[in-house]
Write a protein that binds this ligand. Structure first.
Ligand SMILES: [Zn+2]
Length: 76
């Protein structure tokens, strides 16, 4: 059975390449019993989504708009 260190390593690797079938089964079993790694998995998914949104905005030339609006609201 995976420990938490191995599970988080697979969660991180999953962002870069598809896991093997054996890795998927081992990770899913660990996630069933470990709330901490489930939370970590959700956070990695959120970060991956945010990076994709930022990359999409960068392609459209509006990636810095949110930062610019924030600076306008706080001029100091
Ligand atoms: Zn764990």
């Amino acid at each position: 059975m995976l420990n938490c260190l191995e599970a988080t390593r697979l969660i991180s690797i999953r962002q870069d390449r598809p896991l093997t079938a054996a890795e998927v089964v081992r990770l899913r079993f660990h996630l069933l019993i470990c709330a901490g790694c489930r939370r970590c998995s959700q956070q990695f998914s959120w970060l991956d989504h945010q990076a994709a949104v930022y990359a999409h905005r960068a392609d459209q030339g509006s990636a810095g708009d949110d930062l610019q609006r924030t600076e306008e609201n706080h001029p100091d």
